[in-house]
Design a protein around this ligand. Structure first.
Ligand SMILES: *Cc1c(COP(=O)(O)O)cnc(C)c1O
Length: 394
């Protein structure tokens, strides 16, 4: 498992010289269908593929191993991440599971101390039983981590921006540190999306997504995705995808493929709506602190401005009146729907302490109980601002 490799032939970029992000989102892997000319990639709802002779097939044998709708999505998403390879999975956690299966008993994973709860649970409770050790660190301060580097570390797991505290980790700096210790760097790019942040260009070895969120973008399918330029890692992922079988059906792949066509447009709107919400929150009497990397006062602002092309649609804040006030605000919104998840067209609001991060209570990953997390959608800005204002003042 070596961190360096760059393929001689990059199937995405060699064939798509200079095309922009949205052009690639709409066209890579999505030529009109060969037989009928269908402009939209069909949902190949089939479990098996006829063979012309024994062992003679057209590239597809059995749909766990490969399906043309899935292939189209994998090509397009890999292109968006600037990756030579991409593999789709049944969920973000299935994708993470496939990556973590590169590790052997005794290997160590370094992760952020505010990792996504499901990632923490997977690494600690599932891979922990398989002999993988882990430690959680403040990855915004790499000098501390460098001084306390766990010897068996084979993988560093980074989210940036983090969930729900929206801390920023310097991808290039952590890549250099991980590689100096011969560890792979995995970046969870779910919050930023490839439109706002390109971790592979920053030195990451692997990018992982919950495509349930912004990539799909419409709260209608659960999925996961891994991108890499490392052919050995790609081979591993393909093997796990087929051997373990955590694949999605073609209909779900189609929904994500449809979603990414508008990713750039949606992210622009998420950015501008979130900025308007932040303007409302900053200085409001009901709000103690606003956590948003776009704010010049945010500790990670400079790094975010360097490695992101926009600050995204996730905004967290701490209620001035404590836990009770936070819950009152959350229950008073009408347009912001009270729900877990994030990254879709509709705006959502939640209480991480009770909802998404309840399993972290009492651990390093515990979040403040007055914290409110917003996933700012793409509705009309004025309506969102008015709704949140009435909730803050209710
Ligand atoms: C939702 C999420 C995951 C897990 O993805 P699923 O699709 O729910 O399995 C992982 N990382 C982040 C940052 C997430 O938000």
């Amino acid at each position: 498992m070596s961190p360096e490799t760059s393929p001689e032939h990059d199937p995405v970029h060699d064939e798509q010289p200079g095309f922009g992000f949205s052009t690639r989102a709409i066209h890579v892997g999505q030529d009109p269908e060969a037989v009928t000319g269908a402009v939209t990639v069909p949902v190949f709802q089939t479990s098996t593929f006829a063979q012309e002779g024994v062992g003679k097939h057209k590239g597809y044998e059995y749909a766990r191993t490969g399906n043309p709708t899935r292939t189209a999505l994998e090509s397009a998403l890999a292109s968006l991440e600037g990756a030579a390879f991409g593999v789709d999975f049944a969920s973000g956690l299935a994708a993470e599971d496939a990556i973590l299966r590169m590790l052997d008993p005794g290997d160590h994973v370094v992760m952020g101390n505010d990792a996504y709860g499901g990632t923490f649970r997977l690494i600690s409770k599932v891979f922990g039983r398989a002999g993988i050790t882990w430690s959680a660190h403040d990855l915004t301060d790499l000098t501390v981590l460098d001084g306390a580097w766990p010897a068996a570390t084979k993988m560093v797991w980074v989210e940036t921006p983090t969930n729900p505290l929206l801390n920023i980790v310097d991808i290039a700096a952590v890549a250099a540190l991980a590689h100096s210790h011969e560890a792979l760097l995995v970046v969870d790019n779910t919050f930023a999306t490839p439109y706002l942040q390109q971790p592979l260009a920053g030195g990451a070895d692997v990018v992982v997504h919950s495509s349930t969120k912004y990539l799909g973008g419409h709260s209608d399918t659960v999925g996961g995705f891994v991108a890499t330029n490392n052919g050995d890692i790609d081979q591993h992922l393909r093997f796990i995808q087929n051997a373990v079988g955590a694949v999605r059906g073609p209909w779900d792949c189609y929904l994500t493929l449809r979603g990414i066509k508008t990713l750039a447009l949606r992210m622009e709107r998420h950015n501008s709506n979130a900025a308007a919400i932040v303007d409302l929150l900053v200085g409001h009497d009901a709000v103690a602190t606003v956590l948003y990397p776009g704010l010049a006062t945010h500790a990670g602002h400079e790094v975010a401005a360097r490695q992101m092309s926009g600050f995204g649609g996730m905004v967290s804040f701490r209620a001035a009146g404590g836990r009770g006030a936070a819950i009152r605000i959350i229950e008073a919104t009408k347009l912001f729907t009270l729900a877990e998840s994030l990254g879709a067209v509709e705006s959502l609001i939640e209480h991480p302490g009770v909802m998404t991060h309840a399993s972290a209570e009492g651990s390093d990953l515990e979040v403040p109980d007055d914290l409110v997390r917003l996933s700012v959608g793409i509705e009309d800005e004025a309506d969102l601002v008015a709704d949140l204002r009435q909730a803050l003042e209710a």
